[in-house]
Design a protein around this ligand. Structure first.
Ligand code: B12
Length: 215
């Protein structure tokens, strides 16, 4: 099957909220030896963004949003493990999670996988992670980098809380803090005093490389 056809199949599966079709499309991508990252970034991501736009315009409702998310996750379960793993010696440990009150995990999972592929030891704390847990886990795991994902305007404030918590606990100088997720921007990162903002998983890896030896 041609690359265009595979990408279209991936897109359609998410747009039609069809997990079974998403699994078939991911298998087709694998069979055709497509780069898994290309399948994700050019097939699945634009489709889930379209779903988000339609949800915003109230052309779709929560059940459809949930089914689209499920379809995307089903395809990612097959594709993400195929992103090539990095070198054996870890460059640094990164603690990453989605902030408190926020359960969006798809982007964070892609970032985690790419960081692993880039040679980082990744401690993924999951979703709805309390501010203190980011910092306490980073301390106990000796992480040089903390990454926080936030997808909603109502939850990005927790990224600032993490900076404040880092400062209050005397940890700010020791660890680089990176932010990302839908409503975040470079300006936001600057405003809250984060060390970097990544628009996608590739820029997340670039930033992590910059801070692999610390701030
Ligand atoms: C799928 C989805 C869901 C799924 C999530 C499933 C899952 N398991 O993750 C479900 C159905 C659960 C969901 C629920 C809700 N959702 Co929702 N959801 C989405 C949707 C459509 C896609 C999100 C996504 O996966 N994008 C694809 C990934 C690849 O992109 P990404 O997350 O941005 O990540 C990339 C970059 O940002 C970056 N990145 C991400 N994290 C990090 C971290 C670091 C450190 C770095 C450097 C980079 C980085 O790299 C990633 C890879 O390229 C978005 C729309 C959108 N356009 O984002 C709405 C959206 C985020 N949801 C929204 C809303 C309102 C909700 C609900 C409140 C709906 C409701 N009424 O209940 C709930 C909230 C639940 C909660 N408490 O968190 C709104 C938020 C509006 C806002 N600005 O506040 C959006 C924007 C939809 C919309 N347009 O209105 N949602």
């Amino acid at each position: 099957m041609s690359a265009d056809k595979v990408l279209k199949q991936l897109q359609d599966s998410v747009l039609k909220f069809d997990s079974a079709a998403a699994v078939s499309a991911a298998k087709a991508a694998i069979q055709s030896k497509m780069d898994p990252l290309q399948a994700i970034e050019k097939g699945l991501v634009p489709a889930i963004e379209q779903v988000g736009d339609k949800f915003e315009k109230m052309e779709l409702y929560l059940p459809e949003l949930m089914l689209a998310g499920d379809a995307m996750k089903s395809a990612l379960e097959l594709l993400l493990p195929l992103v090539p793993k990095g070198e054996k010696t870890s460059k640094a440990t990164v603690v990453i999670g989605t902030v408190q009150g926020d359960v969006h995990e798809i982007g964070k999972n892609i970032v985690s996988s790419l960081l692993m592929a880039g040679g980082f030891n990744v401690v993924d704390l999951g979703v709805n992670v309390k501010t203190s847990v980011f910092v306490d886990e980073a301390r106990s795991k000796g992480a040089k980098i903390i990454g926080a994902s936030a997808l909603m305007s109502s939850t990005i404030g927790s990224q600032k809380d993490i900076v404040d918590y880092l400062s209050a606990s005397g940890e700010r100088r020791k660890r680089a803090f990176l932010v990302g997720g839908g409503p975040t921007t470079q300006d936001w990162a600057k405003e809250i005093g984060a060390d970097g903002w990544g628009k996608d998983a590739v820029s997340a890896v670039r930033l992590a490389n910059k801070f692999a030896k610390g701030r």
